[in-house]
Design a protein around this ligand. Structure first.
Ligand code: ADP
Length: 610
């Protein structure tokens, strides 16, 4: 039998050997019904069609014929099952064969003596003395084609029990078995493909679900690693991402399946990068395996280098998938298999390419996220720097200003001043006081925004604070003939916080209400308890704030664009201070305003008893 069974001696086949467990790594035919059907057909040939050995092979993805079922003896099965031979060996022999319906017969005289030696199985039997005697080098095989004429397998037989080349009747029986084998092999291959597609679809779903749920590259790899290795029945994997600009400069990163470091030489990294870009352009995966033609993404020389590297690390083959999004190739994913593992299938290749898109998008998202994160950090650093700068400047200004004010006071108390000098001194004094206010506001702003200077919380009676604040505001309010109403509950209303800071919040809001409400208007101040919160409301019927300005309110130095507001003295620091204090109290500030109609500021703070 020379079609699909490698060379073997008949006496070895018939020798009694204890049955070792049949571990058949190479046969990837995992579908039990398919396997059984083929086995039954092969046994039919040996038991009913008068042949000593029968074998059914199927053409695998890598273009090799693999023996899937053997009948005759356990020893034959053990020896032959899973053996692989190149398909062209069979097709070249078929060219010389006699046509016996579905069967092809190559008499030994026509066999290529050189080729026969290394791939055919030659039983060690002497031909009987008959003109139709079966010769040990005769070959009888039924190539199994699909309806389009593509070769998918073979049924081969040897050792006719009567020692003769089959006659018409026997050929008819064998033809029936050939037809059965044909159908069984086609169905089995179809089932295998389907099972593979289902398996890969399932794996892809798992991988994509895990990968897209992550925003960091490390986590994407860590979380999809197991699903990738399992889903693709791979021995290992590594993933390489490229630089942001896609080329040159520092290399991207390598992640390996077990977290270990994959050491790729710069040459291999370069090959991988080039191949990934080409493969992404062509939307192809690349399989690198011994005896397999390299795809267009890899030159023969590069392929040989990769193969040599694989041998070095004990890997038989790899499936190389480009990762990308849109036109951009972002990296590559390498899945490896060791010797004895099944070939990479079409369904695996297709799925890998799909996953290349999904992982590519996930990588892109992770990069965008990382970039945003970095930007936020940079902005935060800038903000901290700005805060420090302001605090330093304020500190540095405070001392000389105190000295200026001291001298001003001294000069002002001098008895012999002219009117002009006195009014100049007064103007200087007003300016200096304003500067002091700005400096104090800056120092407070820096203090309440400093995470290293945390607030020490204690119960603070907000009603009492409001009383004190209103006392201080009475004079300016009366000057403008404002009506101030204060609504406080009967007893104390305790908020949890810092007394001076909350005093500052109330003072800023109330003084703004008074400042930005035209003469004869009203200002209403309410302190209340709502659930676990204490609420301070300051509402006025003043100039109001436009919706655009509302969005920026509370940013340092922001003053609204309304000319009526700008006409009032102010620094634009009051609300920034309020916002920071409220934030560090774990509270919130709500502002509602209608331009020209008035504003309501509400501060929600955690109640002390909560
Ligand atoms: P300022 O020192 O300018 O009052 P704030 O930070 O306290 O600084 O307020 C910022 C800006 O918000 C003010 O310049 C003003 O335009 C606006 N604003 C604050 N409170 C009110 C209010 N009650 N009514 C109208 N506008 C207000």
């Amino acid at each position: 039998m020379k079609s699909a069974i490698p060379e073997h001696r008949e006496d070895e086949l018939s020798r009694e050997t204890p049955d070792p467990p049949v571990t058949n790594q190479q046969t990837s035919w995992s579908d039990a019904p398919s396997r059984d059907a083929l086995q039954l057909i092969a046994e039919g040939v040996t038991q009913l069609a008068g042949f000593g050995v029968a074998a059914i092979s199927a053409v695998r993805e890598d273009g090799k014929m693999e023996v899937m079922a053997v009948a005759g003896s356990d020893a034959a099965r053990l020896e032959l099952q899973g053996r692989r031979t190149p398909v062209d060996r069979l097709t070249s022999e078929l060219a010389k064969a006699d046509d016996w319906g579905l069967l092809r017969f190559v008499p030994h005289e026509r066999l290529d003596p050189d080729a026969g030696e290394d791939w055919g199985w030659v039983p060690d039997v002497a031909p009987i003395d008959d003109e139709n005697a079966w010769h040990p080098l005769d070959m009888l095989v039924a190539p199994l084609y699909d309806d389009d004429g593509a070769l998918h397998g073979s049924l081969a037989m040897d050792l006719p029990i009567d020692g003769r080349r089959p006659g018409q009747a026997q050929r008819a029986v064998l033809n029936q078995y050939a037809e059965q084998s044909r159908r069984a092999v086609l169905v089995a291959l179809e089932r295998e493909k389907l099972a593979d597609r289902v398996r890969m679809a399932d794996a892809a779903r798992r991988i994509v679900r895990t990968a897209t749920a992550q925003l960091s590259l490390d986590r994407i790899v860590a979380d999809s690693r197991e699903a990738l290795v399992e889903g693709f029945r791979a021995a290992g994997m590594w993933l390489q991402t490229f630089d942001r600009d896609g080329h040159g400069g520092a290399r991207g990163e390598l992640y390996s399946s077990d977290g270990s470091h994959v050491h790729l030489t710069p040459e291999l990294i370069e090959i991988a990068e080039g191949a990934a870009h080409r493969a992404w352009e062509q939307q192809q995966v690349v399989v690198v395996a011994p005896d397999r033609a390299f795809s267009a993404a890899l030159s023969a020389e590069q392929g040989a280098l990769v193969l040599a590297f694989l041998r070095e690390i004990g890997v038989e083959s790899l499936l190389f998938t480009p990762l990308g999004a849109g036109p951009e190739c972002l990296g590559n994913l390498v899945l490896t298999r060791t010797a004895g593992a099944p070939e990479w299938t079409e369904a695996e290749a297709t799925t890998a390419l799909d996953i290349g898109h999904d992982l590519g998008r996930a990588i892109l998202n992770a990069r965008i996220f990382e970039r945003e994160h970095q930007l936020v950090e940079e902005l935060q650093q800038l903000d901290t720097y700005k805060g420090q700068l302001l605090a330093t400047v304020a500190h540095e200004l405070k001392n000389p200003l105190t000295s200026v004010m001291g001298h001003l006071e001294m000069l002002e108390s001098s008895p012999d001043l002219t009117g002009t000098t006195r009014s100049s001194l007064n103007a200087m004094d007003r300016g200096a006081r304003r500067m002091v206010r700005v400096i104090e506001d800056l120092l407070l702003l820096s203090k309440v925004g400093d995470p290293d200077d945390p607030m020490i919380a204690a119960p603070v009676d907000l009603a009492r604070i409001v009383d004190d604040v209103v006392d201080l505001i009475t004079v300016p309010a009366e000057q403008k003939q404002l009506e101030i109403t204060v609504e406080l509950p009967a007893g104390p209303v305790f908020a949890l916080g810092d007394h001076d800071e909350l005093d500052r919040v109330a003072a800023n809001l109330v003084s703004n209400a008074v400042k930005y409400t035209p003469a004869s208007g009203t200002v209403r101040i309410v302190v209340d308890r709502t659930g676990d919160d204490v609420v301070l409301t300051v509402a006025d019927e003043g100039i109001g704030i436009s919706q655009d300005d509302l969005l920026r309110l509370g940013t340092e130095f922001f003053r609204s664009s309304n000319p009526e507001a700008v006409a009032q003295p102010g620094t634009g620091l009051g609300l920034a201070i309020v916002r920071r204090i409220v934030d560090r109290h774990g509270g919130r500030l709500e502002i509602q305003s209608d331009l020209g109609r008035g504003s309501t500021f509400q501060v929600w703070l955690p109640a002390a008893s909560a």
